[in-house]
Design a protein around this ligand. Structure first.
Ligand code: A3P
Length: 321
């Protein structure tokens, strides 16, 4: 079986080596274009493995997103909600593990992920576009939650992440202007960003009971309201007694940017240790957590161009960002 696995990985690698390549954003490997999307080859390889091997359970809840749109926050909120009867404020794993270590990614943390599934917590995450999800996710009828964000803030967050990553790896950092043009053209990790959003948006219109579509800005605006909706959707609704005891409010407080970013594990801890280039400081995932930070980085002209692109890409979809 191990031989088979090795042969499979080898064939994925060979296929990937034939794909069109795009700028690496100062990271350790080029992006490659696969079925309309730009992925780092390591994660594409993980995605192809997941497509072959991943067996979704009908009870699974899959958190889906493009990078830098609020993934870690959604992980912490859903994890805290689902585990609220197992742990209290002083025992929750969120105090000692960063959100990406409590809810693994399907396409990065494949090995870790199979062990985590035994803990009985049905949460998993992925950055894959809807069209590249393993077939068994769709067939199993499990629930999906998608989060997206204003493309301008997503870009600014992505740019900073790439720059920080380069610094930690001593690679040549990407410049803001160059990153902007790449993002605009769709050559960004898991991009084109708009196509990623639209894939999930259309699926949410077709299967509203199977896909909950969220926006980061709305979640910021009224986190408690949305957390209650998310909890009910996941099948873990807050009882009226819990609501009287401020359980939703306490989860929101625990998962707030201020609280999580101030925890020792998220200030000084490290993530994916021992996995070479994938190892990172946890604090790279916590930057500002504010909608509208693009104003501090984009010129008026850049913002207008990106807005126009967004309008053009989303036109006729019924979605605005
Ligand atoms: P900024 O770079 O704009 O600050 P992801 O988790 O998908 O990588 O998204 C990262 C973005 O979410 C970053 O945005 C990060 O600061 C923000 N973020 C992280 N934790 C958060 C939290 N608990 N609440 C709100 N935003 C958070």
């Amino acid at each position: 079986e191990i031989q088979n696995k090795d042969a499979l990985q080898k064939s994925f690698k060979e296929m990937i080596s034939t794909l069109p390549k795009g700028n690496c954003w100062g990271c350790f490997e080029d992006l490659c274009q696969y079925q309309g999307f730009w992925l780092f080859s390591t994660f594409l390889q993980g995605a192809l493995s997941a497509q072959q091997q991943f067996q979704a359970q009908p009870t699974d809840i899959i958190l889906c997103s493009s990078p830098r749109t609020g993934t870690a926050w959604l992980k912490s909120l859903t994890f805290a909600t689902i585990t609220r009867t197992l742990y209290d404020d002083s025992t929750t794993p969120l105090l000692s593990k960063m959100p990406h270590d409590v809810v693994p990614f399907m396409e990065f943390d494949h090995a870790q992920f199979s062990t985590n599934r035994h803990l009985g917590i049905p949460l998993l995450a992925t950055h894959l576009p809807y069209s590249l999800l393993p077939r068994s996710i769709i067939d199993s009828g499990c629930k999906l939650i998608y989060i997206c964000r204003d493309p301008k803030d997503t870009f600014v967050s992505l740019y900073h992440f790439a720059a920080r990553y380069s610094k930690s790896q001593n690679t040549q950092p990407i410049q803001l202007d160059e990153a902007f043009e790449l993002f605009y053209e769709g050559v960004s990790p898991y991009g084109p960003y708009w196509d990623h959003v639209l894939g999930y948006w259309k699926a949410s219109l077709e299967h509203p009971d199977k896909l909950m579509f969220l926006k980061y800005e709305e979640l910021v605006e009224d986190t408690v309201l949305y957390l209650k909706k998310i909890a009910a959707y996941m099948g873990y609704p807050f009882s009226s007694e819990e609501q009287q005891q401020w359980v939703p409010e306490n989860i929101v407080k625990m998962c707030s940017f201020e609280n999580l970013s101030g925890l020792e594990v998220n200030k000084t801890g490290r993530h994916r240790e021992g996995q070479g280039n994938l190892g990172l400081e946890n604090n790279i995932y916590f930057r500002k957590g504010k909608p509208g930070d693009w104003k501090n980085y984009l010129t008026t002209e850049m913002a207008q161009r990106l807005d126009q692109r967004t309008m053009q890409k989303l036109s006729g979809s019924g979605l605005s960002l």
